[in-house]
Every structure is written in C-alpha cells, then in structure tokens.
Design a protein around this ligand. Structure first.
Ligand SMILES: *Cc1c(COP(=O)(O)O)cnc(C)c1O
Length: 482
C-alpha cells in the first residue's frame, strides 16, 4: 500500500526526476514543433480509471514527465504567437518551483508573513515598474480576467456607495442599472467579469463609430452628460488583442474626472507599453485611473497563473471581500490579510515569481524584452508589407501585427475561407503557431510578440512558413477546381 507517509524517502528521487525532465524539455523545446506530431492522440494513454493501489512517487512522476514532454503544447517557447501567451524567465521558473516547495498560503498574514510581505513588495515593485502613483494599492490574481474582476468589483461597490447602497450586503438589485461605457475594444474577460458581478453584460455600451472598435469620444461625453451625475464605470482598453490598439486613456480620464465616473484601465499586456519611452505615450493616462489591471503570465514572462489589479487606495471599497468569521483575522494596513482584498480564501504565493524576475532582471531587463518585441513587431510588419500576396490590416502600435493572406486573383468574399484554411494548415504544420481572428469583419492573423526568447529568426520563420503553406493551399485549390 502506498501511504505517502510510509514512502517519504521517495521525495528526493521524485524531485530529481522532475528536475531532469524539466531540463530535457527546456533544452529542446524551442526547436520542437509547437504541437508535436501525434501528441494529442497520445493523451489517451492517461488511464481513465482511478488506480486502487498507487505505483509510488518515482513511477508516477516518471510517467507524467514522459507523457507531459511528449504532449505539451510548446506555448512557452519562442515560436508560439497565438493569443497573447508569455514564456517563463529562468528566475521566474526557479521561483515557481520554490513556491511549491515552500507551499505558503497567502490568505491571512498569520498563515504566511513571508508570502504576505512578498506580495506587498511585488505589488509595490510593479507599481513602480508601471510608474503608477504611490496612492495605488493592489493584489495579485490568477490572471487578467480576475484582475478585471477585482477592479470592476471595486468599481461596482464604489458606485453603490455613491448612491448609499452597500452592494456587497444588499446585492445589485438595490442599486439598479449601472452603465459601463467603453469602446469596441473591450476584452471578453471584462464583459464576463461584469456578468459575474451582477452588473450584467447588457450594461456594456460599446461607443464606437467604426468596425475596428475605435472609441467615439463625443458619444462617451454625451452618455456621461445624459447620466446627470449618476455613477458609471468607464473601461479604457490599453492594448486590444487583435491589433494592439489603445483607447485614448487621457481623454477618458478627463471625462471621468469631470463627470465623477470610475475609470478602469484594462492593460493586460498593453500596460507594459509604459516600460519603454518609445511606447509609453500609448498608455499615458493610466496613472489617472481609479483601477488598472494587467497580466503577469503574458509580457512579464512569469509562469501561469499570475495577474494583478491596482486600485487607487482612498477609493478602494473592499466591502464585498471582507470575510467575517471568528477564526479569521481582520485586515490591517501593516499586516494585511489578502483574503479580505481578493476573491480567494486560500491563495498561492504568486508573489515569488514576480519578485524573482524583477530581482533578477530589474526594470532595465524587462524594458529590454519589451523593446525587442517592439522592434520585432515592426520587422514582422515590414516583411508582411514586402510580401505581394499578404496584406496588413492595421497599424502596429505595439506588439501585435494584424494581417491576412490576399492572393491577387482571389475575390473578396473568398478571402475569409482562404485565411481560415491557411490558419488550419499553420496549426497542423506546427513549426510556428499563430491562429486566426476576425478583425473589422475580416478573417485575419494576429501574431503577438510577448515571449522573452523570441528573436528575428523566429519572426522570419513565421512569414516564411506562411508563404510556403499559402502556395500549397493555392495549389490544392487549383487542383480542386480542376
Ligand atoms: C488576456 C487578456 C485578458 C484576460 O487575461 P487572462 O490572464 O487570460 O485571464 C484581459 N484583457 C486583455 C486585454 C487581455 O489581453
């Protein structure tokens, strides 16, 4: 019988197996296909029924390592351009191992002064990294979605307070409708958060006059005037996922101040524009927001799952998070208990990876990563512009390049289908990974640059492979036409 207490001596061997497997994986994965051939089929090897008797830690870990290395999507490698998925810096990866070894619970100060103190420091360092004012406090979350959730819950509770309603106690029904004013760039996760918070998806008003989602600033002002001082939430989007476009945050901050609205900035990856003088202007005004959210597992290159929400402290309403129970300690400034500021009770010590990567590389190191990606995005845009059969669909303000395949003989109404087919070919090919989206009504590619390892060779390979596969899809289509 495999009672772990009887098999405590297996610990060293299990850790060594995991260490060796991780080193093997990370040595080769940059040159592996992003989704190794046959890897999805091999997942059937994970047995469908619960074992009655265990095989012991070394055997279990060895099996997991083998199947894991065979099947893992190389999404933390340098040629994964799909979605916006970052890699893991060496310091952050090692710190993640320590996070599990130390296994702190950062819900209550008494349960982990270490984890709590590091979370306070990590939030402070991030605030300095993004040059936000000292008035901002914050929490680490499981990602950008939960960072939006935490920030928007503070926004909701603040709006309630302005109308004399404690929403955490009485619910949204006591508050009534709460308008959320934004552009067409709002991220699906912010909308989802509003649904979860009871504000509702239908509260979102996308004030945009064009099909790419650009904010109609005049419409925003008219909406705010019509509210006659009733509370509202404005969501400014710093970095739209298809093109990297930014809402005019400063102008939105002016309106928020004038009309007494809460301004939330969703900067999941776009907030990192503030790390470089070349791009900082894009996210100017975020320092004036009531709340700001961003991701760690994207452009900071720490492992999943890490995000952060900053909230301007005097406005920070934590009604909804206060967890009252005889055995839990209350929150206090010097020795905070993050369970009173976050959705979770027990919480992983996410600060270790944030602390480690910032301690290891500093502001300059992380700025260098951002600036390399700014250059690589321009390089990619130039290469697309030079390809006669490809067409760029948007400006490249940051780290995303939005384009599509456009063979000269193809009719407009055939292009969506052709691009979907090319997208499927690209994913099946696996040398580089980038998917399709719909941008301004057109099926398009939108590779994002966020991985610290990515270099010129990787970006060039994306274009070379796309051109090669496009020729094949064309030839197949010609054959099919006969
Ligand atoms: C990725 C993203 C999110 C959601 O973040 P997760 O970490 O995936 O939860 C929110 N907003 C924007 C703009 C994003 O790009």
């Amino acid at each position: 019988m495999a009672d772990p207490r009887d098999r405590i001596d297996e610990l060293g061997e299990a850790l060594e197996l995991a260490d060796r497997a991780a080193r093997d994986y990370l040595r080769d994965f940059a040159d592996d296909p992003v989704q190794p051939a046959g890897s999805v089929e091999r997942l059937d090897a994970f047995a469908p029924s619960l074992p009655e008797d265990g095989k012991g830690a070394p055997a279990a870990v060895a099996e997991l390592a083998r199947l894991g290395i065979e099947s893992a999507t190389r999404s933390s490698g340098p040629r994964f351009f799909h979605f916006v998925i970052g890699g893991t810096t060496p310091a952050a990866l090692a710190a993640d191992w320590l996070t599990s070894a130390l296994d702190q619970n950062v819900g209550l100060w008494v349960a982990s002064p270490l984890g709590t103190r590091l979370e306070m420091v990590a939030i402070e360092w991030l605030r300095e990294l993004f040059e936000l004012p000292p008035a901002f406090g914050g929490v680490l979350t499981s990602g950008g979605t939960m960072a939006n959730f935490v920030a928007l819950s503070a926004a909701r509770d603040w709006c309630g307070q302005r109308r004399g309603v404690r929403v955490g106690d009485r619910g949204m029904a006591a508050l009534g409708d709460l308008p959320v004013l934004t552009s067409g760039h709002i991220h699906a996760s912010a909308v989802k958060s509003l649904a979860l918070l009871g504000v509702g998806r239908d509260s979102v008003r996308r004030l945009s006059g064009d099909e790419s989602g650009t904010l109609d600033l005049g419409a925003l002002e008219r909406e705010l005037v019509a509210l006659e001082g009733r509370p509202a939430i404005i969501v400014a989007n710093a970095g739209e996922v298809n093109s990297g476009a930014f809402d005019p945050i400063d102008a939105m901050a002016d309106l928020a101040e004038r009309h007494g609205a809460w301004l939330h900035v969703d900067g999941a990856f776009g907030l990192f524009a503030r790390l470089s003088p070349r791009s900082a202007h894009l996210a100017a005004g975020a320092e004036r927001a009531s709340s700001v959210s961003a991701d760690g597992h994207k452009w900071l290159n720490v492992p999943h799952d890490v995000g952060f929400a900053f909230i301007r402290r005097p406005d920070w309403v934590t009604d909804s998070y206060a967890e009252a129970s005889a055995y839990l300690t209350a929150d206090d400034e010097a020795h905070p208990s993050f369970t009173h500021r976050a959705p979770e009770g027990s919480r992983r010590a996410r600060a270790l990876v944030v602390w480690a990567t910032l301690a290891a590389y500093g502001r300059r190191g992380h700025r260098a990563v951002v600036e390399r990606h700014l250059e690589l995005a321009q390089r990619l845009a130039r290469r697309i512009d030079a390809e006669p059969h490809f067409e760029r669909l948007a400006e490249v303000p940051l780290n995303i390049v939005c384009f599509r395949w456009h063979p000269p003989d193809a009719e407009e109404d055939a292009l969506d289908d052709l691009n979907r087919r090319l997208g499927a070919e690209l994913l099946a090919d696996g040398r580089v990974f980038a998917g399709t989206t719909v941008f301004a009504g057109k099926v398009a590619f939108r590779p994002a640059l966020v991985n610290w390892r990515t270099g010129e060779r990787d970006v060039d390979m994306l274009v070379d492979v796309l051109v090669e596969l496009a020729e094949r899809v064309s030839a197949d289509a010609a054959t099919a036409r006969g």
